[in-house]
Design a protein around this ligand. Structure first.
Ligand code: ADP
Length: 430
């Protein structure tokens, strides 16, 4: 049938040719000639009508189908002619560049000074060399031309790919696709940064352990007492290094969404006493007195749905900081307050230590940040503790904060929704 449709003109031509032959043949009656003509025009009307319908449909597929296809894409699509006049763009491009297609339909895009916002981005997509930085990824002269561009205002990392249509030396228009790579490239950069900072954090304890082992080797025969002391120190440092590695693994799991939680209803007061008994030896070692403030009997039964292991880790971290960044013979105290009318409990960890300078307040809880005085007091830290604590508290539906004065001490506090008050549900996992 397709073959018949495609050769319709041949049929019409043949019918006419036969009519003409019949005209000159003696003895062929006029009726036969008329019959041929009617037949020819009938066939032509039938097939030409079908052909027109087919072409109409084909055009529909090419235009409506094409725009339906481009509208469904996550990448921005821009079609423009040889004069850089915009012929078409899809919704993704409007969203990505923050522009409206009505404003640019048919408009010639030209590099001009004083451009801002979406129009500036559009110009930089069309003329990548005008972007603050651009890198050609495809081979020079090869099609499609792929160029990565970094824009500044607003800051974006875009990958653009240019195709010419038709794909020869005399195209009539161009199609440019634009992909927002900001997330992918930032993720890759932050991974590299994570690895480099992690390696840096581990270098200090590993150097100490290395030095300790060398000196033990030297001392082991002549000075065994000194060797044993150094071995003890090395053990302490290696425990610190292990802690850093565990924190790094926790952060990697946290950021990959793989840190699972199991919540269970727990009495907060008893839980805090347990955590304090676990951290007491550490406080003793540092000559810091650690205690829990008296809890009114009516608050003893206050419970929250918690993941004991993870919240225990968070509390230990806050208490250990209160001990580490304290002064000799200083104090670290834990307080529980319950606000039944608000449906929450508040736990505060107070110390009499070095405090936090006002200029650093905004950096608290951020990944890898360590204060200058803290770093010199405690060279073996990761700067990950508070970052992890914040994530754990928030996963429990609570909030975290602190108040501090430099050289006067700090109070780190967090809240927890009381059980049965719409916080996280018991046994919720994930
Ligand atoms: P680390 O203890 O390994 O440095 P943290 O994330 O627990 O990592 O803490 C980050 C920084 O916050 C510390 O290096 C320190 O500068 C500051 N900090 C945390 N807790 C206290 C505190 N109780 N007193 C003073 N500074 C603190």
């Amino acid at each position: 049938m397709v073959w018949l449709r495609n050769n319709v003109l041949w049929f019409i031509g043949a019918a006419f040719a036969l009519s003409l032959v019949a005209l000159f043949l003696p003895g062929v009656p006029l009726k036969v000639l008329a019959l041929f003509s009617v037949l020819a025009s009938g066939i032509s009307a039938l097939f030409l009508g079908r052909r027109a319908k087919f072409l109409e449909k084909e055009m529909g597929v090419k235009t409506e189908g094409f725009s339906a296809l481009t509208e469904g894409l996550e990448d921005g699509v821009l079609i423009y002619d040889l004069d850089f006049a915009v012929l078409e763009m899809n919704g993704a491009l409007e969203k990505l560049l923050g522009i409206r297609r009505e404003e640019f339909a048919g408009k010639r895009i030209q590099p001009r000074t004083g451009l801002v916002g979406g129009e500036l981005l559009l110009v930089q997509c069309l003329f990548p060399s005008l972007a603050p930085s651009s890198t050609q990824v495809s081979e020079p002269g090869a099609w499609p031309q792929v160029v990565l561009i970094n824009t500044e205002n607003p800051p974006k990392k875009l990958s653009t790919s240019l195709t010419r249509v038709p794909n020869n030396n005399t195209p009539s228009y161009f199609i440019k696709t634009v992909r927002d790579m900001s997330y992918e490239r930032e993720t890759a950069e932050s991974k590299t940064e994570f690895v480099s900072i992690a390696a840096h954090q581990l270098r200090t304890p590993l150097t100490s352990i290395n030095w300790a082992l060398e000196s033990i080797l030297k001392d082991v025969r002549e000075n065994p007492v000194s060797a044993a002391k150094t071995a003890e120190e090395a053990l302490r440092v290696s425990e610190g290094a292990l802690k850093i590695v565990n924190s790094l693994l926790d952060v990697a799991k946290m950021e990959g969404g793989d840190l699972s939680y199991t919540f269970g209803k727990t009495e907060i007061a008893a839980f805090l006493r347990e955590v304090i008994s676990l951290t007491e030896p550490f406080a003793k070692e540092r000559s810091v007195s650690l205690f829990i403030n008296p809890i009114p009997p009516e608050w003893e039964g206050a419970a929250a749905n918690i993941d004991r292991e993870r919240l225990g880790l968070a509390c230990e971290n806050l208490i250990e900081n209160a001990v580490k960044y304290n002064t000799k013979n200083g104090e670290a105290s834990v307080t529980l307050e319950v606000f039944p009318e608000k449906g929450l409990a508040k736990v505060s960890v107070k110390d009499t230590g070095i405090g936090i300078p006002e200029r650093d307040a905004g950096r608290m809880f951020s990944k890898f940040w360590r204060g200058d005085s803290a770093e010199s007091m405690e060279p073996n830290g990761s700067g990950l503790g508070l970052y992890i604590v914040k994530s754990i508290i928030e996963r429990h539906g609570g909030r975290i904060g602190f108040e501090s004065r430099e050289n006067r001490g700090s109070v780190f506090w967090f809240t927890l929704p009381l059980a049965g008050r719409g916080g996280v549900k018991e046994q919720e996992i994930g």
